[in-house]
Design a protein around this ligand. Structure first.
Ligand code: SF4
Ligand code: SF4
Ligand code: FES
Length: 943
């Protein structure tokens, strides 16, 4: 479907519960009060011509194309800005209306290159379609009144261009930037005939505040704002609705395709998570899928010092299977394991854990959630009863107070950030708890009521202080707690948080946050009609990650902020399918649906279905696998799409463990950092090359649909199936829908999920079963999934990563909008135009003390290792804190992070590393060694 074929109803829906009956062209219709005439007409199939209106923006009423006649009213009101009224009688067509509309369009056309109006003009535009519907194909004024031709085309942005010559100054782009994205990068500058669209303060689009979400391009009814990929040589042959493969927002995207190539990605207006919006990554950063670096043939080698040898699929799979069997024969059943990918589909992650449990015969399976949100799974399961966020994203529109803890949505979850900003513009109050001044602290529309800028590693102390205020000032919701929570655990928690040691005053020295601010923020959250908490890796990636998640759940239960719209505990999950990979059994202690491996009834179900006898003991977690590799008891690893050598902490430790193994099988798109240590490389498939499902942070299961054939011949699920068969365990699936049918058969929370239902409903939030056949947007509505909510005592224990004279700064890490995670995908796109290297943010005070100027090379050393990055001297970080991203392998941010980890889940403490920063002039020893290794391995791959 072409984007223009979407039925645009012209103006947003009205939320009014009242109804109004009117007549349009003699047809009686009933709509919500507050609906525009344009929308009411569109809903009964009557299309009124329009230019400045579109149904995801408030009506503006500037173009005057949409005029109608209303009985008893003088003149010709604009149908987009005129609301329906009871008994109204509207005419949308008459000779006079036709004449007026033609006159308006002729004026617009006079300001528009005629070549863009021709029958064959590409791309299709709304202005062309409206002009043609009114019989206008050229301006009666000729080319004499063109107004904008003297302004140059702005082609600075690699993905889209702005041609002022084709602009009709309808303001749709400006309104889209404001209302949909919430960035306000665009304005209409000048007046009258001189008026024109300008980015920021007249800067180029690339240099401006524009975040390249291209809501403006999506809104533009002409070719003034156009994606560069839409050249005339690439007509769209077909379109395929699929799901973004980047972050946990899980935007639904429509891939518009020419032959086998994606011409562009358009956000799907029917997308449950994104409602027609997307960010620069989902929109544009898909070129990696056909990048020259893609490996298209399986490869093997006996030793990592040998050259890679391209081989057939049969030989590669056969070699991997024989090596795993040999290792198990020689070193025991538990000497091998596997890693599922949170970038792959649910079906693919499910097959890998099935292979490990059924074909390897052990439970040594884990996933990257180990290093990001495993504390969320553990903490929410124990307190509320389910390892997942409680709300749909739309819920935020009902929140009065939003607390964002350790998350940076504008960079890491941009489409959710836009929804949140919309709610903030409409009056919700915001509390930000973060060591950095993230963008949300001050947006063009709003300022956070409180920014509690705590020291890294002190979340639990701060959360306890918030709880102390709520409890001691009797701001708890007693009725909710009495009805819904365990009384004994609540009493124990009350006694704990009431202690003076938990008070804001007592903890201020630890957290660095003024007690008065904590008190005010606690009151704001607790007194809200609806208070919602959103949190990210700044909560989980700590030695007390699980404790902090439990403290958050405690706060929400104590204030009654669970079980309805506008409230909740919402982990913003990182990878596109990290929720899903956990759901389908990627943890060593849990079968699909978070059922413990020690539960004999659950095991019996899987034993019968899979024809095996499962072990009843949890297997090794990722850090245990690496430890075991170093002690010689773990020697083979099947890694589906995870670059552990770059993403896991303490790089040198990981490299030593990988080097100690005898068979490392990497299944990926590229020869990544982990492949430097691999013996078998199985070329994987991108999200464009397969069918399946992803599950986003709202538990929303969405379809991934194949756009093109796998470049290397097999989709990831087919590779895993082949490996299982070669290992002697039979797997046979013709299509991923059969794998989903098996997951549904064996997992109560997925029991009602089918591809047919997903196609029909668009997406489904689990649980989906007989009790909730269409899914469950909000969890814990009448009672908690575990029955009664359970409070946990959350004693604060300081991180072992403390500042010392040797390491006087705290390093914390995070993400940037244009790059993604280890950067394997985004580094292979034009997104490099915005961010081409990891930078070290350092406060001006700390920089001056060290003689560091912006752009200087800075050595960052910790007890784990040292690396060198360029300095970004900025007040975004407070004195004593430095910050970097980890998108580029050569930066080696994880050379510095340590293996300190969460007490319950082993999630690494990425967010707190004690470091020293010094001005240097050359790369670190590690960087020099790493560069040499990369060069050698490159040669081995091509020789
Ligand atoms: S660039 Fe497009 S959307 Fe923006 S004012 Fe011009 S015609 Fe309208
Ligand atoms: S917000 Fe996340 S899911 Fe949506 S387009 Fe951006 S990266 Fe993709
Ligand atoms: S569409 Fe109604 S005035 Fe432009």
């Amino acid at each position: 479907m072409h984007a223009l074929d979407h039925i645009d109803l012209g103006t947003p829906a009205s939320a009014s519960p009242e109804f109004v009956t009117l007549e349009i062209d003699g047809v009686t219709t009933t709509v919500s009060a507050g609906t525009s005439i344009m929308r009411a007409a569109a809903e009964i199939g009557t299309r009124i011509p329009k230019l400045c209106a579109t149904d995801n923006l408030k009506a503006f009423g500037s173009c005057r194309v949409c005029l109608v006649e209303i009985d008893g009213r003088r003149g010709f009101p604009a149908s987009c800005t005129t609301e329906v009224a009871a008994g109204m009688s509207v005419r949308t067509e008459s000779a006079r209306l036709q004449q007026l509309r033609r006159g308006v369009i002729e004026l617009y056309v006079s300001d528009h290159p005629e070549s863009l109006l021709g029958v064959d003009a590409r791309p299709r535009t709304e202005i062309r379609e409206v002009a043609r519907s009114l019989g206008v194909s050229a301006s009666p004024f000729g080319a004499t009144v063109a107004r904008h031709t003297d302004l140059p085309i702005d082609a600075s942005n690699p993905y889209f261009s702005f041609d002022p010559n084709a602009c009709i100054v309808c303001s749709r782009c400006v309104r889209a930037c404001d209302e949909v994205q919430g960035t306000l990068a665009l304005t209409i500058a000048g007046r009258g005939f001189e008026s024109h669209v300008a980015a920021s303060n007249g800067e180029s689009f690339l240099e401006s505040e524009c975040v390249s979400c291209v809501a403006c391009v999506e809104a533009c009814p002409t070719t003034a704002l156009t994606e560069k990929s839409l050249d005339a040589a690439s007509p769209i042959d077909r379109s395929v609705t699929t799901t973004c493969a980047y972050c946990g927002v899980g935007c639904s995207l429509v891939a518009e395709v020419h032959k086998d190539a994606v011409v562009r990605m358009v956000p799907d207006r029917g997308g449950g998570a994104n409602r027609g919006h997307a960010c620069i990554k989902g929109r544009f950063a898909h070129g990696y899928a056909v990048h020259a670096d893609r490996i298209r043939s399986p490869m093997i080698r006996r030793s990592i010092a040998d050259p890679w040898r391209p081989v057939s699929w049969d030989e590669a799979i056969g070699y991997a299977a024989s090596e795993f069997k040999r290792i198990q024969r020689e070193h025991g059943r538990d000497s091998v394991g596997g890693i599922t990918s949170s970038r792959c589909t649910n079906e693919e992650a499910y097959l890998v854990q099935k292979l490990v449990r059924a074909a390897f015969g052990n439970n040594n399976v884990d996933t990257c959630a180990r290093v990001c949100h495993s504390p969320t799974g553990y903490g929410l399961k124990h307190t509320l009863g389910e390892s997942a966020g409680t709300q749909a994203f739309t819920s935020v529109q009902h929140a009065d107070v939003v607390m964002v803890i350790g998350a940076n949505p504008t960079d890491a979850h941009p489409v959710f950030a836009s929804q949140l900003k919309r709610r903030l513009r409409d009056g919700a109050r915001l509390i930000v708890i973060d060591p950095r001044a993230i963008d949300l602290v001050q947006t063009p529309h709003s300022r956070a009521a409180y920014h509690l800028q705590l020291r890294p590693g002190t979340n639990v102390a701060l959360l306890n202080a918030l709880a102390h205020v709520i409890v001691t000032e009797t701001l708890t919701k007693a009725n909710f707690v009495a009805a819904r929570c365990e009384a004994a655990s609540y009493q124990q928690w009350l006694r704990f948080v009431s202690r003076p040691e938990c008070s804001p005053e007592s903890t201020a020295d630890v957290t660095g946050v003024a007690a008065a601010d904590i008190r005010d923020a606690a009151r704001l959250y607790a007194r809200a009609n609806n208070g919602a908490i959103y949190y990210g890796l700044g909560v989980t990636e700590h030695s007390q990650g699980t404790t902090a998640v439990m403290a958050i759940a405690n706060l929400a239960m104590a204030t009654g902020n669970l079980g309805r719209e506008g409230v909740g505990v919402n982990p913003l999950r990182g990878q596109n399918n990290v929720q899903g990979s956990c759901d389908v059994g990627s943890f060593p202690h849990e079968l699909p649906g978070y059922r413990h491996i020690s539960d004999s009834a659950t095991r019996a179900l899987f034993d019968a279905d899979w024809g095996v006898t499962l072990l009843d003991e949890p297997g090794l977690r990722i850090p245990n696998m690496f430890e075991a590799a170093l002690d010689g008891s773990f020697r083979g690893m099947y890694i589906q799409g995870e670059d552990m050598a770059q993403s896991d902490p303490n790089t040198q430790h990981i490299a030593a463990a990988l080097s100690a193994m005898e068979c490392v099988v990497v299944q990926d798109l590229f020869l990544n950092e982990t492949a430097l240590y691999a013996h078998v490389f199985l070329p994987g498939s991108s999200f464009l090359e397969k069918d399946g499902t992803f599950t986003n942070a709202e538990r929303r299961i969405s379809r991934v649909r194949k756009v093109m054939e796998p470049l290397a011949g097999l989709a990831d699920w087919q590779i895993t199936m082949a490996l299982a068969n070669a290992l002697g365990y039979t797997m046979h699936y013709e299509h991923p829908s059969q794998i989903m049918a098996e997951i549904a058969r064996l997992t109560p929370t997925f029991a009602g999920v089918t591809y047919e239902k997903l196609d029909r409903l668009g997406s489904i939030q689990w649980p989906c079963n007989a009790a909730a056949p269409d899914g469950t947007p909000t969890l814990h509505v009448d009672s908690f999934i575990r029955g009664k909510g359970r409070f946990y005592v959350t004693e604060y224990v300081g991180s072992s990563e403390r500042v010392t004279a040797r390491y006087p700064l705290l390093l914390t890490t995070g993400r940037i909008l244009s790059q993604y995670n280890v950067g394997a995908q985004t580094r292979r796109t034009e997104n490099l135009s915005w961010y081409a290297e990891d930078l070290l943010e350092i406060n001006p005070h700390d920089a001056e003390n060290r003689g560091i100027a912006p752009g200087d090379w800075v050595g960052i050393g910790s007890r784990a290792g040292e690396t060198v990055l360029r300095a970004d001297v900025t007040g975004r970080v407070p004195p004593g804190v430095v910050y970097t991203t980890f998108h580029f392998p050569d930066s080696g941010a994880n050379v510095v992070t340590t293996d300190s980890s969460d007490w319950a889940t082993n999630c690494p403490e990425y967010k707190v590393t004690a470091v020293q920063a010094t001005k240097v002039s050359k790369p670190s020893e590690w960087q020099l060694r790493h560069r040499k290794l990369v060069a050698q391995q490159k040669q081995l791959a091509t020789s």
